[in-house]
Design a protein around this ligand. Structure first.
Ligand SMILES: [Zn+2]
Length: 143
């Protein structure tokens, strides 16, 4: 799944809990649950320039939305913790791309992929689900 829905779910979790020891593990756990749902995703095995461009847009959008949602909020630190905790399980993709799949990361990548929905999902239904996740996160944040 793209980083933006992961980050917003993490932020939504942070709006519902006020303890770091609850927010960080729940946000990390949400990452693997969301990855197991059928969704459209970038090819992380054979990364093209288009994939890098879309990833940069995705991360930029996540940072932009997190900034808007947390701006002036007294719980901004917890919200950023939730957003980052929910996103960090995908950091291995960046490290794999930059350092050509270091050995230590291969084990983690295998574990991560074990929870990842493995079948191809077409773009429109796969993105629609991610937009739905984003909208539900915004609803939870407003509670
Ligand atoms: Zn992931």
């Amino acid at each position: 799944m793209l980083i933006t829905p992961h980050a917003l779910v993490g932020i939504a979790i942070a709006t519902q809990f006020d303890r770091v020891w609850m927010v960080a593990p729940l946000a990390i756990g949400s990452h693997f649950i969301l990855d197991s749902v059928p969704h459209w995703d970038l090819d992380t095995e054979d990364i093209s320039k288009k994939d890098v461009f879309i990833s940069a847009l995705d991360v930029g959008l996540a940072i932009f939305l997190a900034t808007i949602l947390t701006w002036g909020n007294s719980d901004w630190e917890m919200m950023w913790l939730g957003g980052l905790s929910a996103s960090i399980p995908d950091a291995h993709n960046l490290l794999n791309a930059l350092y050509n799949s270091p050995k230590r990361l291969k084990k983690y990548t295998l574990v991560h992929n074990k929870y990842h929905y493995g079948k191809y999902v077409r773009f429109l239904p796969g993105i629609a689900l991610q937009l739905f996740v984003i909208m539900m996160s915004l609803v939870v944040m407003s509670l």
